[in-house]
Design a protein around this ligand. Structure first.
Ligand code: NI
Ligand code: MN
Length: 229
């Protein structure tokens, strides 16, 4: 089976590749857009956390404890999970670093955002993730503004980019088009929109703009929908 990406709403993703099941920013509880429940996940080997905000840390501790998942995050967030939630298995990282996980190689890449943890603890620098899997190179920009060095992150070519389009807290639709022109992914998926009124977006209009103005194919998923690569 090839790699499969399932949108859990907001910035949350289930990444399945080979026999590996990995979550990114699983925010389900108190998320009005989410359909899945933390108990739905029983065999998650790793959980990637992009930054410290509540809508990304989400249900990581609950799921990691039940599944015995390894938490992959920047050093400060990894340490916070160890100290506060007795999560023993972590992969601490920092910006620019690669790690090799069972599903493939993962790089923590910069994001322009902020990262305080829900209890006020310093959450280090916010990040995105570049995944190099057997069959695909995938860039999760996570919560970020547009920045020109995205071009460097994409320099090995991208099969898929996942970009925020919600605006107000991250880049919005217009800047996402600029980002797509910089990084030229084969396919682009929108995220971090529609969860609450301030980040509602007309995703059809966004997809039209992607089609007209870039070379990428926009892939708009419903919550719970999947893209098979
Ligand atoms: Ni955030
Ligand atoms: Mn967010």
């Amino acid at each position: 089976m090839g790699t499969k990406l399932t949108w859990l709403s907001h910035g949350g993703w289930l990444i399945e590749t080979g026999q590996h099941r990995v979550l990114l920013d699983p925010f389900l509880t108190d998320n009005p857009a989410a359909q899945a429940h933390p108990d739905d996940f029983n065999d998650i080997s790793h959980i990637l956390v992009s930054h410290g905000h509540f809508d990304h840390v989400g249900d990581t501790a609950t799921i990691a404890r039940r599944c015995g998942s390894t938490v992959v995050a920047n050093f400060e967030i990894a340490q916070w999970f160890q100290e506060n939630f007795a999560i023993q298995s972590t992969v601490p990282m920092n910006l620019g670093g690669w790690v090799t996980l069972p599903l493939g190689r993962v790089k923590l890449v910069p994001a322009i955002h902020s990262s305080v943890l829900p209890d006020g603890t310093y959450g280090g620098n916010p990040g995105g993730f570049l995944l190099v899997l057997d069959d695909a190179r995938i860039y999760f920009a996570c919560d970020t503004a547009l920045f020109s060095d995205m071009r460097l992150i994409a320099s090995g070519g991208l099969d898929v980019a996942v970009l925020p389009i919600g605006d107000q807290f991250t880049m919005g639709p217009e800047d996402s088009i600029k980002a797509i022109k910089l990084i030229e992914p084969r396919r682009v998926l929108p995220a971090h929109y529609g969860t609450w009124p301030p980040i509602e977006q007309d995703v059809r209009q966004w997809a039209d703009a992607v089609n007209k103005q870039t070379t990428a194919e926009p892939v708009v998923l419903e919550v719970g929908g999947s893209l098979c690569l």
